[in-house]
Each structure stands twice: as C-alpha cells, then as structure tokens.
Write a protein that binds this ligand. Structure first.
Ligand code: ADP
Ligand code: MG
Length: 471
C-alpha cells in the first residue's frame, strides 16, 4: 500500500469509491472490530484506538503508537491476539511491529520531519535543532507540583526562565533519582522559549555531551563542536555526574562553561549529588560550579506525594481514583516520584483494561510487588499502640471484648489500618485482635470505609494516624 493510500484511510468522510474499495481491502477495520468484540469498547478506545495502521510489509503488520506507554502496554498485553486477528484476515501476516509515531509526544530533534504536527517542537528551541535533545512537552512548570522539598529548586528554575538577565550562574540542581530534575530543566526550556522566542537554548545530557565531544575528537572537528555549544544563550546539561572521571570531556566542558559564563550566558546543571560530593571531577570545576546557586531537591514527603498523585489523577478524566487509593499510594510508594507515577499509571491502566472502577483491593493486587519493595514492615502491634494512644485508651482495653462505641470504633479503625498498612491477611489480623474471626475484621474494614465517606472528622483522624505511622 502506498503512502498516499494510507493517508486517505484516516479520512472517513467523502472518500471516493475507488479508495473505499482499497479501504475495504485493508484488514485493519476488521482487526479493530475483532478486538472490540473480544476486549470491549473501553479497552478499544483506550488502547487499540490510539494506534495508526501503516499496512503490511513482508509479512509484518506495521502499526504506530502515540506514546511509549501505549506501545509497551499493547506489546505486553495484546500483541499475540492482535497478530492472530491479522493472520485470520490475511494469512501472510507472521509478525507485528509497533513503532512510535512521528508525532509522538516526545519528538526527537534528530529527525526534523518528526516535528510536524507538534505545536512547539524542539526545532524552535534553538536555532540549530540538532543540538538539543528531545524535550518532553509534559514537563512544564504547570505540571510540576511544589512542596517543601523542592520549592527552592522550583523558584530558582522559574526565575531563570522569566528573566533575560543572568541571575545566578550556574544554577546547580541536585537530588536523588526521580525527584524532578529533568522535569524542571525541560520546564525552564519551554518557559524561556515562551517568554523570549529568540532565545537560543540547548538542553543536553552530560552523556550526550561527552559522546559528541568524543566524536568531534575522532573526526578532528572540535572547532565546530566548540562553536556549537558556545553560540547559545542558555545551556542546560543534565546529569553531570556522568562526566566524572572523564578527563578530556571534563576539560572541554569546563572551557565551554567558562566561555559561556564570561559571555553572560545562563548555565543550568543537574547532578545526583552536590558539587562537593562529585567524585572524580577536578577541584577547579567543582568550585566554579558552586559559584552560582546550588539548590537541592530533597526526598518527597507525604503531602507532596499526595499532591502529585492528585494532580496526575485529575488528568485522567475517564477514570475516577478514590481518595483512599491516592492516600494509600502516597503512604506506601516512598522511593521516588517516577515510581509513584508508575504505580498510579499501572492502576489506571488496569482499571481501564478490565473496565471496573478502581478500588483498594484492586490497587493492592495490581501493585503487590511494588508495595512489597517499599514496605516499611509496619507491624500490627505498632498500629494498635498508635491507635490506642490516639484515642486515649489502654491497649488491653482496645483489644478487649467490650462493645461500647468509644472502644469498639478505635478497635475497628486499628483493624482497618492493619489491613491497609500491612500485608497481613484478615484471619491473621483477627488473631492479633484478641482471637477474633476474619469476618469481624472484614466487617470493621467495610464499616470504616463507609464511615470515612460521610464523617469528615473520622476521615481526618484516620489520615492523621496513617501519617503518624508512616513516620
Ligand atoms: P530526575 O531527573 O530527578 O531523575 P525526573 O525529572 O525524570 O527525575 O522525574 C521523574 C518523574 O517524576 C517525571 O515523570 C516527572 O514528571 C515526575 N515528577 C518529579 N517531581 C515532580 C513534581 N514535583 N511534580 C510533578 N511531577 C514530578
Ligand atoms: Mg533526570
């Protein structure tokens, strides 16, 4: 099938009849129909409906996906069935290929044609597009949630993108993996460009900087290399810890850096540790890196994690994520934001796929492995003590047979929290609460879930307890 014919496939209205015949000959509409029948309309719109069909080439059905996430999800969940559907329509088809479509959310600056269809493309970022690595349009200041742990980094990044004057040079952002350094750099690039479209901006990973430099050495073209990096207004180098111990790259980086700073060009640098903790980087570079502003991003706290989850959940308009699920994730996935996002995406994807609303049970099921890895091994004993303390009861009293509301309610809350915060089973929890039956625990969990919805005081108590227990 030629490209022209493919192009017309997307245009449903007013297609000439000759083209219609070719359209009918394509297996794609029938593959879609089979998918819909087997997996439902919901799964179709969420997944397959997002793919583009490019025809069959040498026994391979060629598809394109808008994002890596969609591609990977289809690969791991539907690929074998999809191939079967194709083969049933056209026995020639032996394999499936899913590539990222040219207008993917992350455009590769190396492929200028890919910039088509993007409102802002990396090509507009610098006068020479090939200098910058791909910028993710999702990484903006708007989508960045600010909390205590990152407010300095955020404010500094914002300042740089708003002013044409050099404020602090360089801005050195550092923090552990997955805490938003790259996000902030991309945000600076987008925002600077919005404020001043003529600004020449280069964003590059230190690793790429190094490879380009080595290539320049090999092809004896270091002059061009130098020119390229020195003719910019804003240079951002991500993850400079990568050039530790790489003597010649460091040397070049330092010269570039000095030249830019002397020309009053803004430089932004990130690393996974502070300048003084960078090993294998020359003393003079370290000290010069510290001349500007050094801002560190601390690990997230509970509030920030919850804020990030809420903002991401709001973006998924089709699926409702209950507050208790967000709280659960914020409490349990403490490693970094990337993992936190990954967890939420997994739950969202699962719910969409099976077409059921998100619940606590589903969340626990889907994230078993992650939760275990992040487990702080909170014990039922700790929970019981915390709850008894909180409600001014003696532990023995709370575990007793007494049914007075003032005692029974805290007991139910403790059972509920034990279920939420530990991986213990209902019978196990029952045993630890004075040898009660698992149905009693189940009843308590349901009861508290119900009450939380209407009783804001109780809801607040539980949230506070959860936070205390989380440390
Ligand atoms: P780093 O470069 O520090 O390793 P990234 O910038 O790649 O981390 O962030 C990892 C993921 O977490 C990204 O998807 C990013 O959008 C998200 N993220 C990190 N911090 C925040 C935040 N404060 N608000 C919203 N998203 C965040
Ligand atoms: Mg990064």
């Amino acid at each position: 099938m030629s490209e022209r014919e493919q192009d017309t496939m997307g245009a449903t209205g007013g297609v000439a009849s000759t083209l219609n015949e070719k359209f009918d000959a394509s297996p794609w509409p029938r593959v879609c129909e089979k998918f819909r029948q087997e997996f439902g309309q919901h799964a179709f719109s969420r997944w397959l409906g997002q793919l583009g069909y490019n025809g069959i080439d040498g026994g391979t059905a060629e598809l394109t996906a808008p994002t890596k996430f969609v591609r990977d999800w289809i690969q791991s969940h539907y690929a074998p069935r999809l191939k079967d559907f194709f083969t049933a329509e056209d026995p020639q088809v032996k394999a499936l290929s899913i590539r990222l479509s040219a207008t993917a959310t992350i455009t590769k600056s190396e492929a200028p044609q890919s910039a088509q269809g993007e409102k802002i493309s990396p090509a507009t970022i610098g006068s020479r597009a090939d200098e910058s690595s791909a910028l993710d349009p999702k990484y903006t200041f708007d989508s960045f949630v600010v909390g205590k742990s990152n407010e300095l980094a955020y404010a500094a990044a914002k300042r740089i993108s708003e002013s044409d004057d050099v404020t602090f040079n360089p801005l050195f952002l550092h923090g552990g993996v997955g805490l938003g350094k790259t996000h902030l750099m991309h945000a600076i690039a987008w925002e600077s460009k919005r404020n001043n479209p003529n600004k020449r901006i280069v964003y590059i990973s230190a690793e790429k900087f190094m490879f380009e430099f080595i290539a320049a050495l090999r092809y004896k073209d270091t002059h061009a290399f130098k020119q390229k990096f020195r003719a910019v207004d804003l240079l951002m180098v991500d993850d400079v810890q990568f050039i530790a111990n790489k003597e010649s790259t460091q040397e070049e980086f330092f010269h570039t850096f000095n030249a830019l700073v002397d020309n009053r060009c803004q430089v932004v640098i990130t690393a996974d540790r502070s300048p003084t903790d960078l090993e294998g980087i020359q003393e003079r570079i370290v000290s010069r890196l510290g001349w500007g502003l050094v801002a560190d991003i601390h690990p997230t706290d509970y509030e920030l994690r919850l804020g990030i989850l809420q903002s991401k959940a709001e973006q998924s308009k089709n699926v409702d994520v209950p507050a208790e699920v967000l709280e659960f994730l914020a409490r349990r996935i403490t490693s970094n934001v990337r993992e936190l996002e990954g967890a939420l995406n997994r739950v969202l994807a699962y719910a969409t796929l099976v077409g059921r609303p998100i619940t606590m049970d589903m969340t626990r099921d889907v994230l078993q492995d992650l939760i275990r890895a992040n487990d702080r091994k909170l014990t039922i004993d700790e929970i019981q003590r915390a709850v008894a303390d909180y409600f001014n009861l003696r532990l023995a009293e709370m575990l007793s047979e007494r049914r007075a509301r003032t005692i029974a309610r805290p007991r139910q809350i403790a059972m509920y929290l034990s279920k939420q915060l530990t991986s213990r089973s209902l019978p196990e929890i029952g045993r630890r609460f004075g040898g009660r039956d698992h149905t009693t625990v189940m009843h308590a969990v349901r009861k508290i879930e119900d009450l939380r919805r209407d009783d804001s005081q109780l809801d607040e108590d539980i949230t506070r307890l959860g936070r205390m227990l989380e440390g």
